[in-house]
Design a binder for this molecule. Structure first.
Ligand SMILES: [Zn+2]
Length: 272
């Protein structure tokens, strides 16, 4: 999405066009909330947006959320904390993802894949390599409410990784879904790449469906008004049961080096 803004009862939602994904900056009277930090090279975009449209420094951001460790979501978080002392919150197991030798290999592969996605989107080559450890100041658990912004509730929705979170705002009935559903081509919703755990992704989609938010904010593509797409979740479940294409299989094979994956897959009932 291009830079734009929307007004809700309690906050203004600013959409910043990131290097690869949407970055959502929520403006409350008591401070700013950043829904995913974008890539490391998005720090300059966040700085520019804050100065140009809000007339302030990013130090007014009270909290950065990291929905999951992929470079386009977590890459800027450490830099924003170092430069502006902005605390980070994320699911409590997030730093297991890129731990150990396998994790470090996965981190490099993910940074390269992020660059190839940017290239496909006709973006110039920019730095994506970032610190693979987040060390969240506020580790999150399923059902928690965000520090400083308790109108947002945390949902643990694994499948794309093991530590993905979505955030639900009950009052507005909207949900930040990060990578759970990708909406890059209008009306053609797809699953994220990779889906590492199909059974977990299926349960996560079911959970989102049961919550029934009227507006979904995906990190990739436009907002989704759920009443316009009554078959959204059943279509996603159908996609999930389809055999993967060769391209999806290749991405999957480039995405299985985190030690977390092997720990989980060693349990036979989880081998899906
Ligand atoms: Zn992702």
């Amino acid at each position: 999405m291009e830079n734009c803004r929307f007004t809700f009862a309690d906050f203004t939602l600013h959409v910043i066009k990131g290097y690869i994904c949407n970055i959502f900056l929520l403006e409350y009277p008591h401070g700013l909330l950043l829904l995913d930090s974008g890539s490391i090279n998005d720090v300059k975009r966040i700085e520019k947006y804050c100065l140009k449209y809000l007339g302030c420094s990013p130090s007014k951001i009270k909290l950065t959320i990291v929905s999951h460790m992929h470079p386009d979501h977590s890459g800027g978080a450490n830099t924003l904390r170092e430069k502006y002392h902005i605390p980070i919150t994320a699911y409590h197991t997030i730093d297991n993802w890129y731990s150990g030798i396998g994790g470090r290999l996965q981190h490099k592969l993910d940074c390269l894949m992020a660059q190839s996605v940017a290239h496909k989107q006709h973006r110039r080559l920019e730095k994506t390599l970032f610190n693979p450890l987040i060390n969240p100041d506020y580790p999150l658990y399923d059902g928690d409410f965000l520090p400083f912004f308790p109108d947002w509730q945390v949902l643990h929705v694994p499948g794309h990784t093991l530590h993905d979170i979505a955030l639900f705002n009950k009052k507005e009935n909207i949900m930040y879904i990060a990578d759970i559903i990708v909406n890059l081509k209008k009306d053609k919703f797809v699953l994220p790449l990779p889906v590492l755990f199909r059974d977990k992704m299926s349960a996560s989609l079911k959970r989102l469906e049961n919550i029934g938010a009227s507006l979904l904010l995906p990190a990739h593509g436009s907002f989704i008004k759920t009443d316009e797409y009554p078959n959204l979740y059943s279509d996603m479940q159908k996609l999930l049961s389809k055999p993967p294409s060769n391209f999806e299989r290749r991405i999957y094979l480039l995405s299985i080096y985190s030690p977390e994956i092997w720990k989980e897959k060693k349990q036979p009932h989880n081998f899906k």
